[in-house]
Design a binder for this molecule. Structure first.
Ligand SMILES: [Ca+2]
Ligand SMILES: [Ca+2]
Ligand SMILES: [Ca+2]
Ligand SMILES: [Ca+2]
Length: 355
């Protein structure tokens, strides 16, 4: 039988033994975990700065120190010059940062400011951050700076922003319970609308030499070269009357049948030996703003010189044949005027510089 004093001693020993076992079990637990999130979730545009917040938690019961974090920075983005968080490395990434210490059971945060470059045309990009070095033996992680070898972490899946996975899943999968806890991803949504226009002239209807009234046919190829649908697209041209109803184009889609135009050659075009005009396409994007594309090539028609006119005189008449340019006469005051006859006998007169 134990007396009360021995009972107390026995209880103290039991408690001590329990604490010893518990401490010995907990003492194995060095465990860091990381989550990467947009500081202000949303949709961003070309040239925007996008802040990310990386939360690093010490889930073990040892104080952790010299914790190196790496951000892999997706292609098309770079570290902003305005970042003041102490990241080092090339601006295109990867970049690293070191946290001096995190006590057991404590979380800390580290921000990184990225900027979206001018050439991005994809609707989304994915950033990745992970712990690349630490000072302990993490129970469920092997820190490294290698992108693509971490279990789970698929953006916008249950494995995204997960801190309690076992790390036993497959790289990039969507399973939260087996997610690698010292790595995380974050998807950045980007809206980069872009429209292109290509105007092509068909001059098969123009003879040599050209004649007033002959027609140049234009076709227009319009492409949505951006990340967002474009609606209510129409084509205009200052010289050409365009036929066609407004169209919509999904990202990557093109249309080359929706719009056509015809241009009728004038005397002045033939005199200039070319027709130059620039068409534009205009549509509406996600935020209601308009987007415009000019034709990617200015269509120039080099037209052949009219043949020399034939001049004959007979019975008091002067006959000028093939006189596309007309006849220039000098008035008594010395000014010169060009006379030109259109089809149907319509006479046109214009003052010109004397030859
Ligand atoms: Ca861990
Ligand atoms: Ca890794
Ligand atoms: Ca993770
Ligand atoms: Ca995330």
């Amino acid at each position: 039988m134990l007396n009360s004093s021995n009972q107390l001693r026995f209880c103290i020993v039991l408690v001590g033994l329990f604490l010893s076992i518990a401490t010995s079990s907990i003492s194995q637990s060095y465990d860091l975990a990381l989550v990467l999130e947009e500081t202000n979730p949303g949709t961003y545009a070309i040239g925007d700065q996008v802040s990310h917040t990386i939360t690093i938690c010490n889930q073990g019961n040892f104080s952790a120190s010299t914790i190196e974090v790496i951000d892999h920075i997706p292609a098309g983005m770079s570290l902003s010059q305005a970042d003041i968080n102490g990241w080092t490395g090339p601006s295109s990434g990867p970049v690293t940062n070191t946290i001096s210490a995190i006590p057991a059971g404590v979380c800390t945060t580290l921000d990184i400011l990225l900027i979206i470059g001018p050439s991005v045309v994809s609707a989304s990009m994915v950033n990745h951050a992970e712990i690349s070095q630490d000072n302990g033996n993490d129970i469920d992680s092997s820190p490294d700076n290698i992108l693509g070898n971490d279990a789970g972490g698929a953006p916008n899946s249950p494995a995204d922003n997960m801190m309690f996975g076992s790390g036993t899943g497959s790289p990039g999968d969507e399973i939260a319970s087996t997610d690698e806890d010292d790595h995380d991803s974050e998807m950045i949504l980007i809206q980069a609308p872009s429209l292109s226009l290509d105007k092509i002239g068909d001059q098969s209807g123009i003879s040599n030499p050209p004649q007033v009234g002959q027609v140049i046919q234009y076709n227009f190829t319009i492409c949505n070269t951006g990340t967002d649908p474009i609606n209510n697209i129409s084509v205009s041209d200052p010289l050409v009357s365009i036929t066609g109803l407004p169209i919509s184009l999904a990202p990557g889609a093109c249309n080359n049948t929706g719009f056509t135009g015809a241009y009728v050659l004038t005397f002045f075009d033939i005199e200039a030996e070319s027709v130059t005009n620039t068409a534009s396409a205009q549509g509406t994007v996600f935020d209601g703003e308009s987007i415009t594309a000019l034709s990617t090539e200015i269509t120039v028609f080099g037209l052949a010189e009219p043949a020399n006119p034939m001049i004959e005189t007979a019975d008091g008449d002067v006959y000028v044949g093939n006189a596309v340019n007309g006849v220039i006469l000098t008035a008594p005051n010395g000014l010169c005027y060009r006379l030109r006859v259109e089809n149907g006998g319509i006479l046109e007169v214009e003052q010109v510089t004397c030859p």
